[in-house]
Design a protein around this ligand. Structure first.
Ligand code: 3DU
Length: 220
């Protein structure tokens, strides 16, 4: 994944045509398109192949099963053209290593969820997030998913994972701020509803890009 604008589009629409239209419209402004269950279950796995011919694709299946089942899931979605997968850490190291090994065999990236961005994640995930971040590093992941809604948690996770990547959902519809997430150490912001649900997705993307740009110029 080449860093251009530090932005990943979460394409949680459920129509194939809408997904492809939005991809064509926005491809120049996003470093990758993240697709997950909503789109794949509605449009079929073929949508991964179609979008991957236009943009890098991150398959957000939050894979969380036994090592063998994880491998089968990774093979299916990476075989369809995804460039990266997202897996959960909580099933343990053997399950995560199965994803890492499969990603490596495809030359793809693995991102591991540490703590999710919604309020409920504070219940079970937050107390274990630091251990899950360490496990991601030990398992050979390219990076982790950490919450833009809690920038202080991004900062903590950054201190654990060194120069691995942080991709960060929660900006916009979930209330997180682009500037604060980047300042805390996120490499990429994941943005969904505030772009694809907007009356003018291109204008909303440009507003976000302005915020990101002013964050980087404030650093200089
Ligand atoms: O809230 P939004 O519409 O901007 O979309 C955020 C996306 O990121 C969405 O696809 C969701 O499934 C994903 N995500 C989280 O929101 C929180 C996480 O911890 C991990 C992924």
């Amino acid at each position: 994944m080449n860093k251009k604008n530090s932005l990943i589009l979460a394409l949680d629409v459920v129509s194939r045509d809408k997904a492809l239209n939005l991809t064509e419209l926005l491809v120049d402004h996003f470093d990758a398109i993240k697709v997950g269950y909503p789109l794949i279950l509605h449009a079929g796995l073929g949508i991964v192949e179609e979008i991957s011919s236009i943009s890098p694709v991150i398959a957000d299946l939050k894979i969380a099963d036994t090592p063998n089942t994880n491998r089968l899931i990774c093979e299916a979605v990476l075989g369809a053209g995804a460039d990266a997968i997202i897996a959960q850490a909580f099933p343990g190291k053997d399950s995560l290593v199965a994803c890492a090994d499969c990603a490596e065999s495809f030359g793809a990236d693995l991102f591991v969820v540490t703590e999710m961005s919604h309020p409920g994640a504070e219940q079970f995930m937050a107390p274990l997030a630091e251990r899950m971040a360490r496990l991601a590093v030990e398992s050979g992941a390219s990076g982790v998913v950490a919450p833009a809604t809690r920038p202080e948690r991004i900062r903590l996770i950054r201190s654990i994972i060194g120069d691995k990547l942080i991709i960060s959902p929660g900006v916009g519809a979930q209330g997180g701020s682009a500037g604060e997430a980047l300042q805390a150490g996120a490499d990429y912001l994941i943005v969904g509803r505030s772009v694809y649900g907007s009356a003018d997705p291109l204008a909303s993307t440009k507003e976000l890009l302005d915020q990101i740009q002013s964050n980087y110029s404030n650093e200089i």
